[in-house]
Design a protein around this ligand. Sequence first.
Ligand code: PBG
Length: 328
Amino acid sequence: MSFLAGRRLRRPRMAGWSRALVRETQLSPSDFIWPIFVIEGTNERQPVASMPGVDRLTIDLAVAAAREARAEGIPALALFPNTDPARRTEDGSEATNRDNLVCRTLSAIKEAVPEIGLVADVALDPYTTHGHDGVMAGEEILNDETVDILTRQALVQAQSGADIIAPSDMMDGRVAAIREVLDDEGFEKTIIMSYAAKYASAFYGPFREAVGSGARLRGDKLSYQMDPANHEDAVREIEQDIAEGADWIMVKPGMPYLDICRMAKDRFDVPVFAYQVSGEYAMISFAGAAGAIDREKAMAESLMAFKRAGCSGILTYFALEMARELNR
Ligand code: PBG
C-alpha cells in the first residue's frame, strides 16, 4: 500500500456529510435569470412544441409567473415577445414602439412585482419580416443603421421598467451607443449586460420557434454572430464590450462554450453570465422524456457546471423548476 503514500482521494467521497463539507460549488435560486416568452391576449398559455414544459404566456400570466419566481428566490426575468406577424416589418420598427408587447409586459411586471429584476433583450429579430437581428440591404445586415434603431429600442425598454438592457444583436458599437442614449435620457443606473460572446449556433432553433422568427429567417447569422471555432474572437468581443461600457457580459450558448466562460472569468474583471439556450433545454427535456437520462439530475448537473466554470449567474429555462427543487 506504500505506493499511495497515505493519500486516498476517495476518503472524502465516502459519505454525504463529507462530500457536502468539501463541495467547491453551490447552486442557489439566486443564480438564475428566467427567460419568459410573451404573447398578446389574456389568461392564455401556448406550449412551445420544441421546448416541452415551456409555454408562451399572456401578460397577466407573465405577471403571475413573476410572482412565483419571486417567491422561489429567483432574482430576475428575461422577457421575449412573440410579435404579431402583422406588426413585423423589414426594419423592425415595432421594436421602438413604447407600447409594444414587451414594453407593456415590462410595465405590468414592474408594477405588480417591483422587487424582481427585469432583463430586456435588444435585437430586431422578433420584429423583422426576415428574422434577422438587424436591418438589411440586399443580403447584407447593416451595422450602423441597426445600432441607431437598437438605441431607440433600448430606450423604450428602459422607460417601460427594464432594469437590465441586454443587447443580443452582435452589431459593432452598440454597447457604447446604448450607454450614451441611456445616460442622456436619465437612465444612468440601468445595467447593460451584453451578449458579448454570442456564437452562430444551431442550439437557438427552439427559441426561434418560440418567438416566431425561425421559419422566416432568410439565410443565416454568420456575418454577425461568432464562428463556433473561435476563442480569440471571444476575447476581443468581451474586451470591446467592456471598453464600451458593459457592466456584465454573457456567453452564449452555455454548455458547449464552458471554456469561453472560464476564460472570461479568469481574464476579465466583470461578472460573467451564461445562457443555457433553448436547444440545450430541449436536449435535456427530450432525452429525459425518452428515458435516456434522468431529467432532474441532468438539469442540476448542467447548471452546476456553469457555476464551476466561473459564472455569476445563468439564464435558464429550468430556473423555476430548479429553484423549486433547491427550496425543497
Ligand atoms: C435574439 C436572441 C436569440 C436568442 C436570444 N436572443 C436567437 C438568435 O440570436 O437567433 C436565443 C436564446 C435561446 O436559444 O434560448 N437575438
